[in-house]
Design a protein around this ligand. Structure first.
Ligand code: GLP
Length: 233
């Protein structure tokens, strides 16, 4: 893994932006995108840049079950607001949180991923080592699936909702097998709360207990961290 230590989240935004720029220069067509607070500064850099994604494809990692694209807590909404409104792609895919048939939605999403091999996959990191919504214990060979969120993730994401009870209990997530097929993976983590997960991801055993540890088996991973997130390495 190539580890880039940055001073703060703004510099991380610049470092992440540079990865997108290089990928575009190298002819990347499909970008795997992430939500959460971590990628926001990268998206700021992208929206204020001259980079053109209008002929490119984006595929998001995950979406809450039960939230519509118009719901401000949905990942659809997040992506519109932080990136797509200012920087549209030719086509952008996000799992459909309102799908009536969950099995069909999972299959549909896997087909989309198979048709659009991901050149650059952006990832945040959960405090418990999750990537996308692949919680600890998720088999590494799984594709898109419906996830029951752990209490740790519900607690962590409650800050975006008025009430903890409003946080959805289920989500759709791209699987670790799909993430691992991306040509280049850029994982970003900031703050002390991520330090244990960062250390386990990079230096711990490769185990399904720490989903991000799967990345040790990928040959092109860039990790962008600040000093606090890197403090237990
Ligand atoms: C959520 C998302 C993840 C994200 C994680 C960390 O659970 N599904 O994709 O990486 O939160 O979020 P944050 O960047 O806000 O710390």
């Amino acid at each position: 893994m190539n580890i880039i230590q940055v001073v703060d989240q703004n510099m991380g935004g610049e470092a992440g932006f540079a990865e997108f720029k290089t990928a575009l220069e190298q002819g990347a067509n499909t970008f795997g995108l992430a939500t959460g607070s971590t990628p926001v500064t990268i998206y700021e850099q992208l929206t204020h840049s001259a980079l053109d994604f209008s002929q490119k494809t984006s595929i998001n990692l995950d979406e809450y079950v039960g939230l519509s694209p118009e719901n401000p807590q949905s990942y659809h909404y997040f992506m519109q607001k932080h990136l797509f409104d200012a920087k549209p792609f030719r086509e952008s895919f996000v799992p459909n949180g309102l799908a009536e048939d969950g099995d069909a939605e999972v299959k549909r999403y896997d087909e989309i991923i198979a048709e659009h091999p991901i050149d650059l996959q952006l990832l945040g990191l959960g405090k418990n080592g999750h990537i996308g919504f692949n919680e600890p214990g998720t088999p590494f060979d799984e594709g898109t699936h419906r996830v029951t969120l752990t209490q740790s993730t519900i607690d962590a994401n409650a800050r975006f909702f008025e009430d903890e009870a409003d946080v959805p209990r289920y989500a759709y997530s791209m699987g670790i097998a799909s993430i691992m097929k991306a040509k280049h993976i850029v994982l970003v983590a900031y703050g002390e709360a991520k330090a244990d997960a960062v250390a386990a991801m990079i230096e711990g055993p490769v185990t399904e207990d720490v989903p991000a540890s799967a990345l040790q088996n990928h040959d092109n991973v860039t990790v962008i961290v600040d000093a606090a997130a890197a403090s237990k390495l």
